[in-house]
Design a protein around this ligand. Structure first.
Ligand code: HEC
Length: 484
């Protein structure tokens, strides 16, 4: 969530082996060469000559990993509703669709996407006709990422009225606001970076920065953008207009890149190497520190130079001091802690954090002073996000079920009552308005919604329909590293 929003378990090294033999048995050489021809004619324009994708996804084994051939053929024949991917039934027969699917399984060798490719991809989308009214108060702005339509939706923070909707693609990870809240930078899994302008309305610039992207970070002034990529494995540093300034190849797979609060640096870790890399701007000078273990994931502890980090496989959570390069504490755990969605809050004058564990039906509350697990609460299911805000008495935990479960921040006990925005449909991810008075919960469905609750009385205030609203982001909550 961030959303990167990062709520799907990270793409595990998806680079699964492809059953080539099976395909070879089903599709002849002749059919395959016919598929190449059709690809050039019908698909290349959007998906790229080398199948690296453009502003449409790459079509290579590494990224298609989990879809089976039947599903691919079906996408080709039927298209994907509400996206640019239309149905090709009039031009492609079912047998040809199968051959096209087999073509998409062919290895493409080592992937290269260089500065010149990034520069060549830069576009300045045309402004949509019609009047745009900017949010009345920028810091109250709420964004909704609507996965079903690949869009970023802009809401006025007062009244939550929809102001604009911009199509970007398969947005992955949380949108990043600049410090003045005037601009937002988003990334897609498919390597697209887009910048949205909240005062003028509309996307000002887009670039294809890689073939598969982990996440993006932006400097508070909005003049530097850093993108961590998995294909190819690198860190791309760009100016605020997305012009590439440096490409740093990486020795491992990035866990993520973040702006280092209070400094002029970006910081990046690798999932498979015990290394933390800092890039200072504008000099783009690089420095590194050796870590005790590789960080699968980490998050800054608000108002400090410390991070909490998880080890690979999630057996351990560390408290690590970036100034002293020292481990200050560690907690043994089971189930990959979802650190990026960790929420910080004060209880009896002490800083606490609460987090979900991917694949395990529990949340933990950790006392940050002693760095120990103060409480573990069993949930109805294994969720992704725990969120809170000083404006609500509760921790709001999703549980990968229809229910949002609530924990009283004073007693650290679960409420008997949970919120079920729509029976039978998954409720996910809570975000708050800037003042914390309202909580926004997603119904994760094609016929989904964002349901707004009073964050104290828990009464429903309103709901708006959305197609897979995977995340909501308030400008102030997302920029201030708040203790909520
Ligand atoms: C006008 C641009 C455009 C053209 C032309 C186009 N596509 Fe697509 N395609 C897209 C977009 C955009 C998506 C992603 C839609 C989404 O999920 O948001 C997509 C998605 C797909 C997917 C699903 C990818 C995944 O990772 O799940 C497949 C498979 C695909 N296209 C195959 C093809 C083939 C084969 C052709 C040619 C016959 C083709 N496309 C032509 C734009 C296009």
């Amino acid at each position: 969530m961030g959303i990167q929003i990062r709520w799907l378990p990270r793409i595990l090294p998806v680079f699964l082996l492809i059953p080539q033999m099976l395909l070879a048995g089903e599709v002849t050489e002749k059919e395959l060469s016919g598929a190449k021809e059709q690809y050039r004619e019908l698909c290349r324009e959007c998906h790229g000559a080398l199948r690296y994708g453009g502003y449409a996804p790459p079509l290579i084994p590494e990224t298609l990993g989990r879809s089976n051939d039947e599903k691919l053929a079906q996408v080709i024949l039927d298209g994907l509703p509400q996206t640019q991917m239309k149905s090709y039934r009039d031009k492609v027969s079912p047998a040809q669709a199968k051959a096209l699917a087999a073509l998409l399984r062919q290895p493409v060798g080592e992937i290269s996407w260089e500065s010149s490719d990034i520069t060549a991809s830069l576009i300045r989308p045309e402004k949509k006709p019609g009047k745009y009214t900017p949010p009345r108060d920028l810091e109250k702005t709420v964004l909704v990422v609507e996965r079903g339509t690949g869009s970023l939706v802009v809401l006025d923070g007062d009244g939550l009225k929809q102001l604009d909707k911009a199509e970007v693609g398969r947005i992955h990870g949380g949108p990043k606001f600049t410090g003045d809240y005037k601009s937002v930078v988003v990334s897609t899994r498919d390597g697209t970076i887009a910048r949205y302008e909240l005062l003028e309305g509309g996307l000002s610039v887009m670039a294809k920065v890689a073939v598969n992207t982990r996440n993006v970070a932006v400097s508070p002034a909005g003049d530097w953008v850093a993108v961590a990529n998995q294909l190819p494995r690198n860190l791309v540093l760009m100016d605020g207009q997305l012009r590439p300034k440096k490409v740093l190849p990486l020795k491992g797979t990035p866990s993520g890149v973040y702006h280092h609060p209070g400094t002029d640096k970006f910081v990046l870790t690798l999932r498979d190497a015990p290394q933390m890399i800092f890039v200072e701007y504008p000099s783009l000078k690089i420095s590194e520190i050796e870590l005790p273990i590789a960080f699968e994931d980490f998050t800054f502890v608000p108002g400090s130079n410390r991070v909490i980090a998880s080890s690979r496989g999630g057996t351990e959570i560390l408290l690590y001091d970036l100034n002293r390069h020292a481990v200050l504490g560690s907690i043994q755990t089971s189930g990959l802690p979802h650190l990026f969605s960790a929420t910080f809050f004060m209880r009896d004058g002490k800083l606490k954090t609460s987090l979900n564990h991917i694949g395990v039906s529990k949340i933990s509350v950790i006392d940050m002073e002693s760095f120990s697990e103060e409480k573990t609460l069993a949930l109805k299911g294994a969720g992704y996000f725990v969120r809170t805000h000083p404006g609500t008495p509760y921790l709001w935990a999703d549980s990968n079920t229809e229910a949002i479960q609530l924990i009283d921040k004073r007693t650290l006990e679960l409420l008997d009552k949970s919120l079920v925005p729509q029976p039978g449909k998954k409720a996910m991810h809570t975000e708050f308005t800037a003042d914390g008075k309202l909580a926004l919960v997603s119904i994760w469905d094609k016929d989904g919604a964002v349901v707004v609750y009073d964050s104290t009385t828990l009464k429903e205030v309103s709901r708006q329909p959305y197609n897979m609203p995977v995340g909501k982001y308030n400008a102030l909550n997302k920029t201030d590293f708040p203790v909520r």
